[in-house]
Design a protein around this ligand. Sequence first.
Ligand SMILES: Cc1cc2nc3c(=O)[nH]c(=O)nc-3n(C[C@H](O)[C@H](O)[C@H](O)COP(=O)(O)O)c2cc1C
Length: 204
Amino acid sequence: MTNVLYVSSSPRSGSYSTSVADRVISEIRQAQPDVQVTKRDLARDPLPHIDADFLQATRSAEGPQTAAQRAIVARSDALVDELLAAGVILIAAPMYNFGIPSTLKAWVDHVCRAGRTFRYSEKGPEGLAKGKRAIVVNARGGIYSSGPAQALEHQSSYLRGVLGFIGITDVETIEIEGVGLGPDVAQKAVERGLVCARAVARAA
Ligand SMILES: Cc1cc2nc3c(=O)[nH]c(=O)nc-3n(C[C@H](O)[C@H](O)[C@H](O)COP(=O)(O)O)c2cc1C
């Protein structure tokens, strides 16, 4: 049985990234009716930014020193447990200012934990969240897969990079781009995304 962690991050009603990711879920459900889906909607339930207490609690030799710091570790641990329990991680991300929304970055900051999802070895950093598959649905107004804006693409490349860092190297991306270039371009981009949703869901 597949266990999917579905992380969405667009606050927009009618979000392209969420609607295509929802389609991925419905296609997986069709193929595997017993699939378990854990939904984490970061736009509706945002996580706090990491702060001095988080660093003391998770990155210092002493560890958590206060009740507040213990609560911070508990929250981060729960998010890591949720990630480690999943076989498939589905992430839906709008592009904001060339990167991912800060809500999604806060989630990344909570789940990238030394000793839990990666470790430093003599050979350098090693990802510990191995044996998983990720599906990333990216929506953006402009075109970044080719052309002059390519160097400003810090959404898809960032997510692929950070997933790889924690050991998730089997990553499929669905890019819905050019949605700001007019309704026809947007509609075609979403239609292509929905076709890809079916293909990636069948392989999940
Ligand atoms: C705050 C904000 C920043 C944005 N920044 C960019 C950007 O840097 N590049 C781009 O191509 N589109 C940008 N867009 C457009 C969104 O990426 C586009 O509307 C996309 O569809 C959002 O995803 P969603 O439909 O899942 O909400 C931005 C939109 C907003 C609201």
